[in-house]
Design a protein around this ligand. Structure first.
Ligand SMILES: [Zn+2]
Length: 545
């Protein structure tokens, strides 16, 4: 091995570390060498030594830990970028509805007359008021500028009176199909549930221009790299956003591998219109390269448990009339799924509640009769409440699950309140998924919950809520090793890329991160606070603390 030609020597070598390879045996190595963006050898210092030449950057890790670059398997990149640029309504820093109004007021001081003020992030459970804001809470700070704020989940919005006026929403406005307008004493409160209702107002908002989208992508990519993310699945984007990605790449602002999924429903589109657009779309699964790749179709058919819009099998706590919302008719789900299937696309569907999971499984079983979906890694997104039958169907159809352990931490308090103690113990049962042989990939769904991966990874093990420190069913906890797999190799599997990334093995892409602690042995709660020291994408450093 000592006869490696100088020209073939490594570009980058890490020595004296704890390199978590995430190979089959989950082995931990001492050193790693990278050449031309690929891993050449992982092993002992002696094995790596021959690769060190005059031009090699040698990093002494001093015992530090290295992981494969992390993969967020369900995220919204432009939404994440926008969140970093708009009114922040999340807790912390916001503690009350008055704080939200304050944040809006501060934003208006910099705004043009009549400019729309947008923001996101509140969770009523974390507010001292313990309720959703209404239009009346916002009117005194913004009588003239329309305001549109989304709850943290993105399924509920509050708008002020000016926005309702622009949209013509009054006490006489009927509930749109698949959505709810909240009324009190015959007047709209400003709360709009699910996109058909939010769309009554949002359709009057000026669409951000193309450059805004490119900038949101660049902002998000930088932030994600800083926290150790090297790959994502961007779930639910338009053709325009796909073009914006290409623009960001040309301008050198894309240091993140993206598998994007096409939105299954654009605003106002009927089932037939969507099916036609999907059928004519010029990409099928895996088209692209290692940086930008097309994964498939993303659909959304219910809401979230925090906002009581996820479609459950049973009613919400203290509200026997409410099982949640199915956001599109069953036949329209089928039309879209079938169109994608015939177009060679993988399909991933947001189905939070058990009722929604059952609906999706039915649609997958139906479409499987037209053209088999086995091995095509069709996906249940969120899937909080599987049953034995769900597990069995997942095995038969070879489905994967994109789950967000971070929800248990950041949103768990509202789940506990909305479905009670018993049911909340079974939400996102990662242990059961894994034990039933289903591949689960982890993510944050940012901007639904914050994108930093270590609180999310920790939550898969700890299953405790942020505000009241409630245990969300320890029997469903996974090990640290499993949590790391969910954030690496399982994500790579989801996108059919397990042969090129997701673990640190020879000839795989050199995507890796150095972190500031040993997350396999440190006290569990310290996993959450892990910081990234360096992020490497294809052998190049894209972030350094
Ligand atoms: Zn999402």
């Amino acid at each position: 091995m000592s006869s490696i030609d100088e020209a073939c020597k490594a570009d980058l070598v890490f020595v004296n570390g704890r390199i978590v390879t995430v190979d089959e045996e989950f082995s931990v190595a001492e050193a790693i060498a990278v050449k031309d963006g690929l891993i050449k050898v992982v092993g002992s210092r002696a094995e790596v030594e021959p690769w060190i030449g005059g031009g090699t950057e040698v990093v002494d890790l001093e015992g530090g830990m290295v992981l494969p670059g992390l993969i967020d398997s369900h995220i919204h990149v432009t939404g994440t970028g926008a969140l970093l640029q708009n009114v922040v309504c999340s807790t912390p820093p916001v503690q009350s509805i008055a704080d939200i109004a304050d944040a809006v007021r501060m934003r208006i001081e910099k705004a043009e007359p009549g400019e729309w003020i947008t923001g996101r992030g509140w969770d009523q459970v974390k507010l001292s008021d313990h309720r959703n804001p209404t239009r009346w809470d916002l009117d005194h700070v913004s009588p003239d500028n329309p305001v549109f704020l989304k709850r943290t989940c993105g399924h509920v919005a509050v708008v002020n009176s000016r926005a309702l006026e622009i949209a013509g929403v009054t006490g006489d406005t009927p509930h749109p199909v698949g959505g709810r307008v909240e009324f009190r004493d015959g007047e709209p409160t400003g709360i709009l549930e699910e996109s058909p209702a939010m769309g009554l107002v949002s359709r009057y908002m000026p669409a951000g221009d193309f450059e805004d989208t490119v900038n949101s992508i660049k902002t998000a990519v930088k932030a994600l790299n800083r926290d150790g993310i090297t790959s994502v699945i961007d779930a639910g984007v338009t053709a325009t956003t796909m073009r914006a990605y290409q623009q960001a790449r040309r301008e050198g602002g894309l240091t993140l591998r993206v598998n994007y999924m096409l939105s299954g429903r654009l605003a106002g589109e009927t089932g037939d219109e969507s099916a036609k657009r999907i059928g004519n779309f010029p990409m099928s699964t895996s088209y692209g390269d290692n940086l930008l790749r097309f994964l498939g179709l993303k659909l959304l058919i219910d809401g979230g448990i925090g906002g009581r819009t996820a479609l459950l099998r049973e009613p919400y706590e203290g509200d026997l009339e409410n099982r949640g919302i199915l956001t599109m008719p069953v036949e329209d789900i089928q039309k879209r799924v079938d169109a994608a299937n015939m177009a060679g696309m993988m399909v991933g569907i947001h189905c939070a509640g058990g009722g929604a999971i059952d609906t999706v499984i039915d649609a997958f079983v139906e479409t499987d009769k037209i053209s088999s979906i086995a091995g095509r890694r069709y996906c249940l997104i969120h899937a909080y409440q599987p049953t034995e039958e769900t597990f069995q169907r997942c095995r038969e159809l070879e489905l994967v699950v994109a789950s967000q352990p971070s929800f248990l931490y950041y949103l768990g308090d509202s789940y506990h309140e909305n479905v009670g103690d018993d049911r909340s113990r079974w939400l996102k049962p990662h242990r059961a998924w894994i034990d039933h042989g289903v591949v689960v990939a982890a993510g944050t769904d940012s901007p639904v919950t914050p994108y930093p991966p270590f609180p999310c990874l920790w939550a898969a093990v700890a299953r405790r809520t942020e505000v009241n420190d409630i245990q969300m069913g320890t029997e469903q906890a996974v090990s640290r090793e499993e949590a790391i797999r969910m954030y690496t190799i399982n994500g790579a599997y989801h996108t059919f890329e397990e042969d090129i990334k997701g673990s640190l093995e020879p000839e795989k892409l050199a995507d890796m991160i150095i972190i500031d602690r040993d997350i396999l042995t440190c006290p569990l709660d310290e996993v959450k606070d892990t910081q990234v020291l360096r992020t490497v994408l294809e052998g190049k450093t894209v972030y350094k603390a």
